[in-house]
Design a protein around this ligand. Structure first.
Ligand code: AMP
Length: 131
């Protein structure tokens, strides 16, 4: 059965798309730990990030770098934090989170729900900087 992220890639479930190429997709996390929190995934369905081949893993990280650089330009933050958890959705993904303090990367605190207008504005800001 297709994962929820494969359904997003297929357009069966809506997303706030940030970037896409033939093998990768980036979109805003629906329940961010900080505004602008973005997920970067391979289109190929692999449950665990480290099950990707070296070539697939490297290509995904380079795609994530492109997205992170755009996020840093677009959003007020010191850095773009990077983490991999993967306990909720069994489709490899990298979390990119705009941070100013370490606490901004705390995945144990209650997640946010931003209104659709704010999500759309964040998407617009970041995509402006995607080449
Ligand atoms: P984890 O698998 O623990 O790394 O977390 C999965 C992440 O996917 C969580 O941060 C969720 O908020 C996020 N998520 C789940 N469903 C969606 C969706 N439909 N659109 C965007 N993000 C989602």
């Amino acid at each position: 059965m297709a994962t929820i992220f494969s359904k997003i890639v297929a357009g069966e479930i809506p997303s706030y798309k940030i970037a896409e190429d033939d093998k990768h997709y980036a979109f805003l996390d629906i329940n961010p730990v900080a505004p602008g929190h973005t997920l970067v995934i391979p289109k190929k369905e692999v449950s665990y990030l480290f099950d990707l081949s070296d070539e697939e893993y490297t290509a995904l990280q380079l795609f994530a770098k492109k997205v992170a650089l755009a996020m840093k330009k677009a959003l007020p933050c010191e850095r773009i934090g990077v983490t991999v958890i993967g306990l909720e959705v069994p489709h490899a993904h990298i979390h990119l989170v705009p941070i100013t303090t370490e606490g901004d990367m705390n995945f144990s605190k209650p997640k946010m729900t931003l209104d659709p207008t704010e999500m759309a504005e964040i998407k617009e800001k970041i995509t402006k900087y995607i080449n």
